[in-house]
Design a protein around this ligand. Sequence first.
Ligand SMILES: Cc1cc2nc3c(=O)[nH]c(=O)nc-3n(C[C@H](O)[C@H](O)[C@H](O)COP(=O)(O)OP(=O)(O)OC[C@H]3O[C@@H](n4cnc5c(N)ncnc54)[C@H](O)[C@@H]3O)c2cc1C
Length: 324
Amino acid sequence: MSGVVVVLERVPGGIASVCGEAAGAARALAGGGPVVGLLVGPGDSTAATELAVDKVLTADGPEFEHPSTAQLGALAAAAADAAPATTILFPGTARGRDGVGRTAIRWGASAATSVTEVTRDESGSLHVRRPVFGGRATEELELPGPRHVLSLKPHAFPLPPARSPPASSEPLAIPDSPKSSRPVEVTGFTPTAGGKGPELGDASIVVSGGRGLRSPENFGLVEELAESLGAAVGASRAVTDAGWRPGSYQVGQTGRAVSPQLYIALGISGAIQHIVGMVSSRVIVAVNSDPHAPIFQVADYGIVGDALQIVPALTREVRKARGL
Ligand SMILES: Cc1cc2nc3c(=O)[nH]c(=O)nc-3n(C[C@H](O)[C@H](O)[C@H](O)COP(=O)(O)OP(=O)(O)OC[C@H]3O[C@@H](n4cnc5c(N)ncnc54)[C@H](O)[C@@H]3O)c2cc1C
């Protein structure tokens, strides 16, 4: 029986959806031990208390609105000591991956990022699997105990049902150091340009378009399909380099890595630099006019044809099926 702390991440209007999966993974790993959520930053904690956790500890002072990695590590370690817990789980977000190393060093723990499977053996060691080399191989690691810090690959773990009644929430007794440990001063934030839908790295469906769309105006077809599905919009580098859409849309080696439940690639050839950013998606659908396009080698479902004809038809059918 080992307690687990799940570090929860605020997003506008709630909690990053991948935190729910992390709470479910924590429950399975805790083996009956306490599962405690740590919610950092000022704001409402209702959404956090509806996750599969026993209790939520909050650090809601204004100094934690944009916590530095050092602050996050110190708060996570304090929450783990309070829980008590032997494992800290970060969700599969950029901040989550960033938090792992600092927290592990501070807390004296072994660590792994982008974990897709995790079990605990009788000695207290964790056995984890995680994709490496852009998803082309899987690494198996034994992390010796007693303490572990992990980040999880988005969508690798099932989302448990919402908790009812909600968990209790109470303030974390905050050690002195995180209040003052601001080696980096955040002076401002500029939101990245994105589609209207969910955040790219967080979305369970991503619809991406490539040069096969032929013009920035036609790229709107990608956005319409994404909107009908409640999906995030991505793009190949050919699209972002051409200025059709901002660089923040780019999926791939020099863009974002995504692993949604469903990835739809429209007019994208499937260059290796694109593939490494999306190959760990659960189901991949590709539309391309060239039957020999490399994207079909990684696609679960392929449609050979003109995206300019097929995408509007898909959007119509999705809207009809969803009553939109
Ligand atoms: C160091 C480096 C890093 C890179 N990083 C990235 C990265 O992070 N992400 C990334 O995406 N790329 C990256 N690239 C670029 C990558 O190599 C490819 O050039 C790029 O992915 C190609 O984009 P594309 O598939 O949209 O365009 P293209 O390769 O031009 O492919 C367009 C596809 O559309 C199809 N098509 C054409 N017309 C239609 C139609 N009407 N309907 C349907 N299909 C149609 C074509 O058959 C073709 O397969 C990188 C390259 C380098 C050298």
